[in-house]
Write a protein that binds this ligand. Structure first.
Ligand code: FAD
Ligand code: NAP
Ligand code: FMN
Length: 583
């Protein structure tokens, strides 16, 4: 039987409210399990609600749309908009505002929230008419967990808006948090609207209604996060030489019937490494438990230990050092201690057979899908998705470790093994709709993936705009991915310029941003001609350095002050001419 989360027993609700909210949660989770793009229900819209999302990879947008469907079916007139699509002037008159946002970089806003956030912190008016609530998406593996959602929540309050339901901060496994939050905001808006006589009491939300609405949905489509499409891997090729320091691979997956656009990503639900699963079963004394084996292989995260597991092991093993690290003030030390350790390392701190399998499984996180930028265009590779993936393999604490998904594809997904996938539409990382516009693409390492897709698409559609690719890797001889394809595209007049930066072919590192500054005058001319500027790949260092180089090029070759260069780039972002897909 599947587990349906309930409100905590200490939550401040009357028994009637609790029963109503638990019903709503069950209904929302049932709808999520279907996860379809169902048509809005027919109920006449009565009460306006604005739902704004801040997203990088689409999760917040998906939840915003789900919430909107739920609210519409209950008599609310909900409008869903990206934070970059919202006419900010409307905010002062917005009476019901719900925000769902992720956090990126190092506690920063996702790209589509940057200008909204600047405005909210600057010229935003008093929001005394506004009732609001925030759902923050994040990942507890990051130091600044849900930092942007927290900042938005605090800022709205400071501007005089009234919080109608407490912010909920969600880890990557956000379904239950979303269900609980949406129940609370639905209830709060419903009650306040009924009190104001806007929403008749008999149209207020009930858990029963939520369930029956979702039951009315037609057969849900395949290829969603909750219901992935079962694809097959058909090609698995090395892009680097056997002696290269890094192993990067090209994969081709058959995805009959699924559709995507250049710039989209694909979510892959991996299978864990059976050798690691067996080692865990062996240490726990559960080797004969086939159901547990299945759960560890397919459902649970056995590489990133949860906080609950760490606490349980520290207490059970009376491990004073680990217990001390659980103190929130020591989170950086805990992170360092965990680096290169997995669930088996934790389990091995306990004597064999110390935990029951039921207790153990309850202490694990859910296995999460991994996202990959699609490296093909359907026009060039019908019914396929191509991927460019760096393999995560390293030694730690005397044991070889493997990245779950990269090595699932490289080592374990052969033949008939199902590869569960879903398309994750990109938010804004798209080719210009005007095909005469020039395009500049900065794609070191696996960051080149979406640009292979862009170029295939532009070739297939005969786009007239010019294309300039910057590619960087460690070595021309060992890691020049897709070298022959770029040469053919140059020959065919599709790729007008290509600059490479091989970082380890000489003593001094040469990176893509060095090539940008060397060619700054021409790069600036392309920008002045309306070029769209794209960056994909490593977020932690490369994307920041490329951004700094872009500022430098505009200052130097546009003859601009630092502030004017900043304004130039802000205008590019506003016009969607500066797009990033960084991870
Ligand atoms: C929108 C988006 C697009 C992406 N596109 C691509 C793409 O096109 N190609 C691509 O290759 N990746 C891409 N990624 C990254 C990808 O999603 C995965 O994060 C990556 O493949 C690693 O997943 P994994 O399951 O193999 O490794 P995991 O099992 O998730 O392991 C990775 C973790 O291992 C640990 N680790 C790694 N090296 C070491 C070490 N030496 N010592 C100790 N610990 C270590 C780190 O904690 C790291 O976080 C993208 C990510 C996003 C969000
Ligand atoms: N968080 C980190 O510290 C870190 C580091 C590396 C990779 N990664 C992640 O590893 C995954 C795969 O990486 P990848 O194989 O795609 O490529 P990558 O490791 O990003 O390397 C691609 C090329 O970029 C160079 N590079 C390194 N630092 C750079 C910088 N600051 N600016 C510009 N170029 C820089 C690399 O040079 P050198 O290798 O010679 O320096 C290499 O030539 C990605 O998910 C990436 O985010 C993370
Ligand atoms: C490169 C990168 C940086 C991230 N930085 C943070 C962070 O600083 N804090 C946090 O809580 N979550 C962070 N996250 C996690 C995302 O917020 C989380 O995965 C969220 O569910 C994504 O939602 P979205 O698809 O709507 O963007 C980061 C994720 C990535 C890929």
């Amino acid at each position: 039987m599947s587990y349906v989360p309930q409100l905590p027993s200490n939550a401040p609700f009357t028994p009637e409210q609790r029963s109503w909210l638990n019903g709503w949660i069950a209904g929302v989770l049932a709808a999520q399990a279907r996860d379809g793009d169902s048509a809005p229900a027919e109920a006449a819209p009565l009460v306006p609600v604005t739902i704004l999302f801040g997203t990088q990879t689409g999760s917040a947008e998906g939840l915003a749309k789900k919430l909107s469907r739920d609210l519409q079916s209950k008599g609310f007139e909900s409008t869903v908009l990206g934070m970059d699509q919202y006419a900010k002037a409307d905010l002062a008159n917005c009476e019901r505002l719900l925000l769902i946002t992720s956090t990126y970089g190092d506690g920063d806003p996702p790209d589509n929230a940057v200008s909204f956030w600047q405005w909210l912190n600057g010229e935003a008016p008093s929001l005394s008419k506004t009732q609001f609530s925030v759902l923050a998406l994040g990942d507890t593996n990051y130091e600044k967990f849900c930092a942007f959602g927290k900042a938005v929540d605090a800022r709205l309050e400071a501007l005089g808006a009234k919080r109608i339901a407490d912010r909920v901060d969600c880890d990557v496994d956000y379904d239950a948090g979303f269900a609980a939050w949406s129940a609370q905001v639905g209830q709060a808006f419903s009650l306040s609207s009924s009190a104001a006589g806007i929403l008749p009491a008999d149209t207020s939300i009930s858990g029963q209604d939520a369930r029956s609405t979702s039951d009315r949905q037609d057969a849900y489509p395949t290829g969603t996060k909750a219901n992935p499409y079962s694809a097959r891997l058909v090609t698995n090729q090395l892009l680097t030489t056997a002696s290269a320091a890094k192993e990067t691979r090209h994969f081709e997956i058959n995805i009959n019937g699924l559709s995507y656009e250049p710039g989209d990503a694909i979510g892959i639900v991996p299978e864990n490494d059976i050798a690691l699963v067996n080692a865990i079963l062996d240490h726990g004394g559960w080797s004969t438990d086939d159901e547990l084996r299945h759960l560890l292989l397919h459902k649970h995260d056995i590489t990133n230990p949860s906080k609950d597991l760490i606490q349980a092991v520290a207490a059970c093993a009376k491990h004073d050092d680990l217990t001390a690290l659980i103190d929130p003030a020591r989170s950086a030390d805990l992170k360092q201690w965990l680096y290169g350790r997995d669930v088996l390392d934790l389990l091995q701190l306990l004597p064999k057979g110390e935990l029951s399998s039921t207790d153990f499984i309850a202490l694990l996180k859910k296995l999460q899908p991994r996202l990959y930028s699609i490296a093909s265009s359907l026009k060039a590779a019908p019914s396929q998705v191509h991927l460019t993936i760096a393999q995560v393999r390293y030694q730690s604490h005397g044991r070889a470790r493997n990245g779950v998904c990269s090595t699932f594809l490289a080592d374990r997904a052969q033949g008939d093994t199902p590869v569960p996938v879903f398309i994750q539409p990109s938010h804004g990382f798209k080719l210009p709709t005007d095909d005469t516009k020039p395009v500049i693409m900065i794609g070191p390492g696996t960051g080149v993936a979406p640009f292979r897709s862009f170029l295939q698409e532009r070739q297939a559609t005969g786009a007239r705009g010019k294309n300039w690719l910057f590619f960087g890797e460690q070595s021309r001889m060992q890691s020049y991915f897709y070298k022959d394809e770029w040469a053919t595209l140059i020959q065919n007049g599709v790729l007008h310029r290509m600059d490479t930066a091989f970082s380890r072919d000489q003593e001094q590192k040469i990176y893509v941003q060095h090539r940008m500054t060397e060619n700054g005058a021409e790069l600036y001319r392309w920008l002045e001609d309306g070029a769209h500027f794209y960056v994909c790949g490593d977020a932690s260092r490369m994307a920041k350095d490329v951004d700094a180089a872009l500022h430098q090029v505009i200052e130097q070759h546009g003859g601009k002050s630092t502030d004017d260069a900043k304004a130039y780039i802000a205008a590019m972002k506003e016009a969607k001419r500066y797009q990033r897909d960084v991870y």
